[in-house]
Design a protein around this ligand. Structure first.
Ligand code: NAD
Length: 295
């Protein structure tokens, strides 16, 4: 049974996730390099340590929610020597499958256990404890981590062995990135053909063009009042994060010699779009680039 949790990386996602664990009765000790993140977490019931190494002392579970693969590997190099032998390491960041497997290898080499558990659902999902977790783990480690993840999420899917959670995450987001480009291109073409946004939505949302990018995150204002397009594309899911995830998918396609032509093209489009001031816009704002107008 897990009681003591170290939570490293208390940012937009990690902050609310750690707060839910504390509210669920776990003893949560957190750490973040940023003082503002530490202060916000402390205000939400997380005990804050003086360093990441101090946070993991005595922890049964070491959770990380960090920006990218190099941060996770650096943290694992330090924390696997600081944690008590046999601790369970669970990384929830979105990182390359190869980095997830390397992180798990580092943990196991130091006598620990390891799972990858990336999430979807964004900051709103983290705040509402409504995340989906995609878990790469053996059966025993999945059983151990599952109740903890359930305090932060609604769906916990065991995807396979180490790395399988990250694989599921980047495959899902490749579908999402490509489908957002397809939906946006269809709206732009419809505009040029004199079709109203609402008419195209009414047809496609009830026909074979139906998908989440259309019916939940519609890239034009109007048909779906809650979509980011209705609030000047305030994220939502930031274009920079979509560019990052599609980059990871393209790297994985290279490593496995998969053509993934649309996934690679979507990666290029989002990488170009998310440079500079568009980075923080919702990824559905890509429609402006596809119309070739400023966002
Ligand atoms: P964030 O930048 O808000 O938070 C990351 C935190 O890690 C920052 O507060 C930073 O100070 C801290 N940090 C960096 N290196 C550290 C270290 N060595 N020790 C301690 N703290 C350190 O990012 P986020 O939005 O919370 O995203 C975290 C991860 O979740 C990323 O991998 C991202 O791709 C993934 N993710 C984000 C979303 C989203 O909508 N924001 C959705 C799904 C997945």
């Amino acid at each position: 049974m897990i009681h003591d949790i170290a939570f490293v990386g208390l940012g937009n996602m990690g902050g609310p996730m750690a707060a839910h664990l504390a509210a669920a009765g776990y003893r949560v000790t957190g750490y973040d390099l940023a003082a503002t993140a530490r202060a916000r977490a402390a205000a939400r019931g997380v005990a804050v340590a003086g360093s990441a190494a101090e946070a993991v002392e005595g922890a049964d579970l070491v959770l990380t929610m960090l920006p990218a693969g190099p941060h996770v590997l650096d943290a694992y190099r330090e924390l696997t020597t600081a944690a008590a032998r046999g601790a369970l390491f669970a990384d929830c960041s979105t990182i390359a499958v190869a980095d997830a497997r390397a992180a798990a290898d580092l943990a196991r080499a130091a006598g620990h256990r390891a799972v990858d558990a990336p999430v979807s659902g964004g900051v709103a999902g983290a705040e509402a404890a409504g995340l989906t977790f995609m878990v790469g783990a053996d059966d025993a480690d999945f059983a151990a981590v599952q109740p903890v993840l359930a305090a932060m999420g609604r769906r916990i899917v065991h995807c396979g062995a180490s790395g399988a959670g990250q694989a599921a995450k980047i495959c899902n987001n490749m579908i999402l990135g490509v489908s957002m480009v397809a939906v946006s291109e269809a709206f732009v073409l419809g505009e040029r053909l004199g079709l109203s946004h609402q008419a195209l939505f009414d047809v496609a949302s009830a026909a074979s063009g139906q998908c989440w990018a259309l019916t939940s995150n519609c890239p034009v204002p109007g048909p779906v009042p809650t979509s980011p397009a209705n609030r000047d594309y305030a994220a939502g899911f930031a274009a920079a994060l979509m560019a990052k995830d599609l980059g990871l998918a393209a790297d994985a396609a290279n490593a496995t010699a998969v053509p993934a032509e649309l996934g690679r093209r979507a990666a290029e489009l989002f990488a170009d779009f998310a440079r500079g001031e568009n980075a923080g816009l919702d990824f559905s704002a890509i429609i402006h680039a596809l119309r070739k107008e400023p966002a």
